[in-house]
Design a protein around this ligand. Sequence first.
Ligand SMILES: *Cc1c(COP(=O)(O)O)cnc(C)c1O
Length: 367
Amino acid sequence: MRVVDHGRYIMGPEVGELEQRLASYCGVEHVVTCSSGTDALLLVLMAWEVGPGDAVFVPSFTFTSTAEVVALLGATPVFCDVKEDTFNLDPRSLKKELARIRAEGTLRPKAVIPVDLFGQPADYDAINEIAVDHGLHVLADAAQSFGARQNGQVVGSLAEATATSFFPAKPLGCYGDGGAVFTNDAELEGVMRSLRIHGKGLHKYDTVRVGLNARLDTMQAAVLLVKLDSFDEELSARQRVAALYSDLLGGLVITPEVDEGATSAWAQYTIRVRSGGGNHPGTSEAGDGSDRRDAIADALRAQGIPTAVYYPRPLHQQPAFADNDSVRLPISETLSSEVLSLPMGPYIGEGEIHRVSRALHQVADIV
Ligand SMILES: *Cc1c(COP(=O)(O)O)cnc(C)c1O
């Protein structure tokens, strides 16, 4: 109602207030809010002048945005495999793909976008080190991990630049689309502030670069300011939900692992169900081996328990990225046929978690 009263729906005072609150929450100097998590990724890559001829390394097992923004700018997404235990970018695969791109000599290695899948930070120690050795920018895709930590540092401060999303289903969600970029680089911040408003200069009608309309609505900023007040409590509640799931499901399915020294924001609680046919990493094809997982999901749905598959097909096997047809990333391919995300949120009660667990024990025996 305050926003309706002052009527400054675009770039109203709540936007700046939110940016300051987010910066102090993460312990970074600059936060630029924007219209979505996808635009947050895009703003950073545009500011770094990523374009044709550039290779940007991304995990294949992620949401499409991570690679989409690279391709939109005319650069080439180079797909890497992930680690089986954390679902996150495998630094060994990154090194291997870097070596391949260097040997081929047609693309310039420019940046890497690690993804904090399901809420857990990627292996930034290892990835940042590789990036320094190879002169790569590091853009963290933290769309799912806002609020998580690694070695005492909060997500937002783990990479040169970090993009997050406030899509309603993310750990900190608004009532529509929204996103933000976190960085300590003042120059990057300045360019993004310009890009987000049509590449403006000092004056609104100076156009100094080709930009976007990528602002966060004042209304969404106001919603986020209120939701930030209870965010830490919600993170703790998600942590309790995850811990109870893991207690109850430990022997039955592969439960998610969190690295030592890290916490997850638990955007998703994702289990793995082994495929019936005994497929192993390296032998599975896309779509193969998911029958048992899908049967379990169907049986849970019949009991009124919703689940979701993030993601049923790795990006290197998507039609939009068809020039990666010959690429084989065995872990990403296996995970896409085995993962199943269970109901997760801060307001799920213990009784409900027990009900999901009982149902899963029943159906896992049957299928
Ligand atoms: C949700 C998500 C995005 C995109 O965020 P939007 O706000 O929906 O644009 C990017 N990357 C990952 C990993 C995501 O989960």
